[in-house]
Design a protein around this ligand. Structure first.
Ligand code: MN
Length: 205
């Protein structure tokens, strides 16, 4: 899915205005075309002088980040994580808000009691993440679901957990429309979460 150096800016899978009125077109355009593009460009710049790293996938680079040359470790973690997390984020949203399927719903009810409890707990994780980062739904090796949050552009790749979905709570994801009201963004975000896409990650986990 993520190929190798030079990494590309993957096209947005829908129009800039496809997520309105919940996420405005200007936010989507700036988020994808400028923020994500900057992560892609800076990742490539960091890797450019190291041909021995040019065949590694993004996941391999992130999982083995502590074995990379010291002077590019931070750049790869931040920008590579930015590329990985944003590709995921843009892929699980869409203009059609498909409902969770039966198997997905059973797993959610087993872990959280009900869909509405799940939603409240994910929102809480999103709102309580101090500073910038993500809130996640992830599965362990037994397929049990859990909610957690991470800082900055950290991924779940070294945790052994399989990511199912994530919400970006960096201010650039919502500030133009929602200003400081992250809880309102988190609440409305569920309207653009496409469970049809989410379930493809659940099946893989
Ligand atoms: Mn972002």
């Amino acid at each position: 899915m993520y190929d190798h150096y030079p990494f590309q800016l993957l096209p947005l899978p829908y129009a800039y205005n496809a997520l309105e009125p919940y996420i405005d077109a200007e936010t989507v355009e700036i988020h994808h075309d400028r923020h994500l593009k900057a992560y892609v460009d800076h990742l490539n710049e960091a890797l450019q002088p190291y041909p021995q790293l040019h065949n590694m996938t993004l996941e391999q680079l992130l999982i083995n980040s502590d074995r990379l040359p010291k002077c590019i470790q931070t750049a790869v973690i931040n920008n590579g994580g930015g590329v990985y997390n944003h590709n995921f984020y843009f892929n699980i949203m869409g203009p059609v808000n498909h409902e969770p399927g039966a198997q997905m719903l059973r797993a959610i009810e087993k872990a959280f009691g009900s869909y509405s409890n799940f939603k409240e707990q994910l929102k809480e994780a999103a709102v309580n993440r101090f500073g910038s980062g993500y809130a996640w739904l992830a599965a362990n090796r037994c397929g049990d679901l859990k909610i957690l949050s991470t800082a900055n552009q950290d991924t779940l790749l070294k945790t052994g957990l399989k990511p199912i979905l994530l919400i970006d709570v960096w201010e650039h994801a919502y500030y133009l429309k929602y200003k400081n009201l992250r809880p309102d963004y988190a609440e409305n975000w569920f309207n653009v979460l496409d469970w049809f896409q989410v379930e493809s990650f659940f099946q893989k986990a």
